[in-house]
Design a protein around this ligand. Structure first.
Ligand SMILES: *Cc1c(COP(=O)(O)O)cnc(C)c1O
Length: 408
């Protein structure tokens, strides 16, 4: 086989469909986020300009929080660069244990377990449970993230899909299985592309009625919802009725890593049986320390959450006032609907090149075709002037593209 020719053919296919991914090469500037230097994408020495980042998942700017950075500096000097091994073989550091205790407390659970990312935590936990529990069926929301989908697939358990956020459909599927059949329902609290929030109470009640275990991905909610940043389940007072709550340390908490929380037995089981936990080097201790500082800060401080809400409301109101079509939702995510892959990419390119505004286009397969969009994530650190520039630039490009405006 001509391997190189095969790879080139597949890549050409992506180009032809207009969904070849191009990364913006950035240098985030601690102290002036959401500003970043932009480079040419090939590692040339000098930046090509400055951009305002409008699509970061560092939702609250915690990646440059002074307490977080100071804690990480101290830990790096005190403990060195890496963890020194897998958790089993010399890699369990004191800071990992402290962080797991903090996470368990955040979600009101007996225990927590760290992973190297949120992706790995979803993949590993669902694949291990699905493969271990005899005759298990996993029922998955149609909008679930790739990390859950892949984990479920790898488990080889029977898989069913319920209509997005539709608890009646979930109930119908669950009721096809007898009470003795093991069932896991996997879903998210905030869906990151539409920014919609799951009807958590109804889903939990349907699961309880049918004796299903619940697995909730709170990746886009931790740090931002609930009085202590425990997520939508905390806000709704439902944490104790969900079996497994999964989250990330890489989005609102501003660092990197993933985790699950649950009963002591559940966590001990995953710790003991999950390949994706056991056979990989633990997170560097200073990363754990940084995440710990971030979580503790957001447990007590509401300032970032309130400021984010105010910025989100302002961006929405301004875009609504000029008829830019948005998906309405109750979250911090502002999806601007373009509905055309080429135009979406074109607007994004011009925002970047002409206006110094970075919003990555979201195209198929991340979202369905004809729903291509710009996903805007306002942070507490975007200024009024930043918003003015964003709204002005979008208005201009919208007209140039002859895209329809919503009737106000
Ligand atoms: C980003 C994301 C993950 C993965 O988390 P990482 O820490 O970035 O690996 C999991 N679930 C959802 C819904 C996500 O958007």
């Amino acid at each position: 086989m001509d391997y190189e020719a095969f790879l080139a053919m597949k890549l050409d296919g992506l180009h032809a469909e207009g969904r070849y991914r191009v990364f913006a090469e950035l240098e985030r500037k601690a102290g002036s986020f959401p500003t970043a230097a932009r480079y040419d994408g090939h590692g040339s020495a000098d930046p090509t300009g400055q951009v305002t980042v409008w699509c970061s998942n560092d939702y609250l700017g915690m990646g440059q929080n002074a307490k977080v950075i100071a804690a990480m500096h101290q830990a790096l000097d005190a403990f060195g660069a890496g963890a020194g091994g897998t958790r089993n073989i010399s890699g369990t550091n004191h800071s990992h244990v402290l962080l797991e205790r903090e996470l368990a407390d955040l979600h009101g659970k007996e225990a927590a377990l760290l992973f190297t990312s949120g992706y790995v935590s979803n993949w590993t936990t669902l694949s291990t449970l699905g493969a271990s529990i005899p005759d298990c069926v996993i029922i998955s929301d149609a909008g679930n993230h790739a990390s859950m989908i892949e984990g479920i697939r790898h488990s080889k358990a029977e898989k069913r899909i319920f209509r997005h956020n539709d608890w009646a459909d979930l109930d119908r599927i669950l009721s096809e299985y007898g009470p003795e059949r093991p069932k896991i329902v996997a879903f998210e609290s905030v869906y990151s592309m539409d920014g919609d929030i799951t009807p958590l109470r109804q889903i939990v009640e349907v699961c309880e009625k049918n004796g299903a275990m619940t697995y909730l991905d709170e990746v886009h909610a931790v740090g931002m919802y609930g009085p202590r940043g425990g997520g939508i389940a905390e806000r709704e007072g439902l944490m104790d009725r969900i079996d497994i709550i999964e989250g990330t340390l890489g989005k609102a908490f501003g660092v990197v890593g993933g985790y699950i929380t649950g009963s002591a037995k559940l966590v001990d089981f995953i710790r003991s049986f999950a390949s994706g936990f056991i056979f990989t080097t633990a997170l560097p201790p200073h990363v754990a320390v940084g995440a710990l500082a971030s979580i503790r800060h957001l447990k007590w401080s509401n300032a970032e959450r309130l400021a984010q809400r105010e910025r989100v409301a302002k961006v929405r109101a301004r875009l609504n006032s000029i008829g830019i079509p948005l998906i309405p939702n109750d979250s911090h995510i502002v999806p601007v609907m373009v509905g055309d892959a080429a135009k979406c990419k074109w607007i994004s390119d011009l925002l970047l090149d002409r206006h110094g505004i970075y919003v990555q286009p979201i195209n198929y397969p991340t979202v369905p075709k004809k729903t291509e969009r710009l996903r805007i994530t306002p942070t507490p650190l975007h200024s009024d002037a930043d918003i003015d520039r964003l709204v002005g630039a979008l208005s201009e490009l919208w007209s140039q593209c002859a895209l329809a405006r919503a009737v106000a």
